[in-house]
Design a protein around this ligand. Sequence first.
Ligand code: SAJ
Length: 452
Amino acid sequence: MTLRDRIADRTCRYGVIGMGYVGLPLMLRFAQSGVRVTGFEVDDAKVESIQAGRSYIPDVDDGELAREVEAGRIDATLDMSRLADMDVISICVPTPLSKSRDPDLSYVESALRSVESALRPGQLIVLESTTYPGMTEEMLLPRLATTGLRVGSDFWLAFSPERVDPANPRFGVRNTPKVVGGVDEASTEMAAAFYRMGIEHVHPVSSASAAEMVKLLENTFRSVNIGLVNEVALMCDRLGLDASEVIRAAATKPFGFMRFEPGPGIGGHCIPLDPIYLSWKLRHLDYRARFVELAQDVNTAMPQYVAERVASALNERARSVKGSRILVVGVAYKPDVDDTRESPALEVIRLLVERGAEVSFADPHVETISAGGALLERTELSQNSLAAADCVVVTTHHSDIDWEAVGLYAHLIVDTRGAVPKESVTGTLLTLSGPAYDGAKSVAPLVMEAAR
Ligand code: SAJ
């Protein structure tokens, strides 16, 4: 039977290297579409968890996973030699940045060594890890070709960007269109045929490099637009305007505008890193990706701006940062996730600790963080913890936080997310830009009376 036949009758064996926030949802999706899936890992805790039907990814439901494990459609292993039994292999390992902010391809290298030694005729290999345009063709193909097998006939090789959006209630693997691009036409077709088994819409492009560039465009688009609105906040502050009000009003335009929100910087595993893969590659082609680099400059400078805004807010109340008790509310990199990777809140905390503040944090999704070299346990968000703080800094606007209570009990708030409703504020509120709002001089007396 050919691979096309095995795809057509869903008897193909599917291997996913890397059971993380990309690999595990992919495994579940294809198991639920009737394919036998094996997860390959270097972390035995993950293997044990999957074998026990327990998910460690919030977007992957335990019950659904357990059903597929019990049905024998999902298993997991540390044994990379079993890749030889797979007909299709997706590589879903991290592609972080090195300390020198260059692409760190060590995880892909490691996975590639395993794939190379297991490669046999009839296999489709797909890289899903975000990388620079050209990597599949320039690095993976030559290595796999050393086996003597011919791409496009003995085996197939493609790139397909992951489009996982953690905590997104609407879009998951099944209904997020999947872009695929092969190193040749046969590989594109084979990859498209495979992904169509579990994903509603597959969008083939002409090459693996095009598919790699699609992903980088998507995330650079976000990074640049977030950088733009962050700069709008810096400009509005100098103009004495509230950037959120301006952006909210601009967003009433029903065409030709797309709303982004200023914040304390950008976090997560995609947006802060992916654009750097693009600028890194273009530098090797003697081209400076100016928008990418400018957006990085603006976005990475936001935590410093927030720390300075806190310092001047305290100064207005004759307090120095040094010795002030500061409660940071929300440390995950975006709302309603428990992930703190690259979270700008951690940089804000580090900067405030560096200035001598006594910093604590509250976040219903995160129990401990390492910031400024210390391990911090979370503080419960309560009337007492809010009232005890000289300044409350809002850095992540989780939907399950009582923002009215923050407005009611905090004396001084620097809200970088526009999360605290003004009408609830009894003390002083600063957003990312514009003048302070003094709740004590407005409706607040009634609210304060009610709170007593
Ligand atoms: N952010 C802002 N202002 C905004 C939007 C985001 O400051 O207007 C910040 C967030 O707080 C966060 C960072 O940027 O710290 C990244 O936010 P994100 O919404 O882009 O969230 P991610 O990193 O989970 O991005 C994922 C991406 N998915 C993949 O790369 C596969 C991205 O492509 C999605 O567009 C994004 O989810 C999404 O749609 O939410």
